[in-house]
Design a protein around this ligand. Structure first.
Ligand code: ADP
Ligand code: MG
Length: 345
């Protein structure tokens, strides 16, 4: 009657598909991983093309190092990486990637094709993958230096997920958020985003500035009100750079673009702290635009707390947040005394 269940080992493909679903929850997660790979490969130009909010088609082309011919066989297997060798390396990891899971995950829940060329190779190679494995032989072909990754029919074999993500336009909004975030933070890299067969929606130049990119992406109403902030604290091993709107600017919807050691992350604690400082300067229900880049000693940051790496944990959080608050406060105070009225100009 109440017999215990028989315990069996899951097959590797089932394990991998489950893991993939945790890392890639929507097209924007896949894109974030792919952008980070391009940045790890030192790309200076990244072009993203999307069909149906990335659900049908998501392509990213970069001009980075490319992938070696010899590595194409295993590049989509789980836990294959060129970035980490020992667990201890995690303490000083400077690349976005380290787990070797992104390409593997994507290949378990989508059709993945890589077209890549290193600068020393005579030609490019095209390879298609399924469930982590190479599908058919590598094909030599023409191509530029760098890597182009095409992800088609995301979640084709994860029916529930596919049904849950029914709005391509909502998925496109998430994609836009990821691209604009990385474009602002990586102002030396050019980013282009377009829908397949349509005009470009977003293009930032190579070697732009943070303010110029904010202007391109969010318009001059925000860009002209930005103030630069900087903060260094040797004891906390903390470096903060950022741009924040002054008290002239407010919006119904606030924006906090937060990077910790160059990763785009969420932090409710920092968000609340920023809001609390602005709340004394802005009218009720009015919010700011804040871009913050925190650099912390990698030893003090754990990036491995969440499958999407969307959250990180770091030491001395309270002290660090206090420092940031007082830095913003000082800046807002200094501009409050010199309010500029554009309406009179
Ligand atoms: P990770 O980034 O954690 O190493 P990924 O699955 O994202 O794992 O990528 C696996 C490997 O594939 C990387 O370590 C890198 O060597 C290579 N790779 C992936 N994308 C690119 C790219 N755009 N350019 C060059 N190499 C890449
Ligand atoms: Mg990666």
């Amino acid at each position: 009657m109440n017999e215990p269940g028989v315990i069996r080992k899951l097959s590797e493909d089932v394990v991998n598909r489950i893991a993939a679903g945790e890392i890639v929850q929507r097209p924007a997660n896949a894109l974030k991983e792919l952008i980070e790979n391009s940045l790890d490969a030192k790309a200076t130009n990244v072009i993203i093309t999307v069909k149906s909010g990335g659900l049908k088609y998501l392509q990213i082309q970069d001009n980075g190092t490319g992938i070696r011919y010899e590595d194409l066989e295993i590049v989509c297997e789980r836990f294959t990486t060129s970035k980490l060798q020992q667990y201890e390396d995690l303490r000083q990891i400077c690349t976005y990637g380290f787990r070797g899971e992104a390409l593997a995950s994507i290949s378990h829940i989508a059709h993945l094709t890589i077209l890549t060329k290193t600068s020393s190779a005579k030609c490019a190679y095209r390879a298609s993958y399924e469930n982590g494995r190479l599908k058919g032989p590598l094909k030599a072909c023409a191509g530029n230096n760098g890597t182009q990754i095409t992800v088609e029919d995301l979640f084709y074999n994860v029916i529930a997920r596919k049904k849950a993500l029914r709005s391509p336009s909502e998925e496109y909004t998430h994609i836009m958020d990821v691209v604009t975030g990385y474009a602002i933070h990586n102002n030396h890299v050019g980013f282009t985003l377009k829908k397949f067969g349509e005009n470009t929606d977003l293009k930032t130049p190579i070697k732009s500035s943070v303010i110029d990119n904010v202007r391109i992406i969010h318009g001059n109403t925000i860009a002209r009100e930005l103030m630069e902030i900087k903060l260094t604290d040797p004891v906390l091993k903390l470096n903060v750079n950022g741009y924040i709107t002054n008290v002239n600017y407010s919006n119904k919807k606030g924006t906090l673009l937060l990077f910790i050691n160059h990763r785009l992350v969420d932090s409710q604690a920092i968000k609340k702290a920023v809001e609390s400082v602005y709340s004394t300067y802005l009218p009720k229900n009015a919010h700011s635009f804040v871009y913050l880049s925190l650099e912390l000693d990698p030893k003090n940051v754990d990036v491995n707390v969440h499958p999407t790496k969307h959250e990180v944990q770091f030491l001395y959080e309270e002290q660090i947040i206090e420092k940031i608050k007082s830095c913003i406060e000082t800046k807002l105070l200094s501009c409050n005394s010199s309010r500029v009225m554009y309406t009179q100009a």
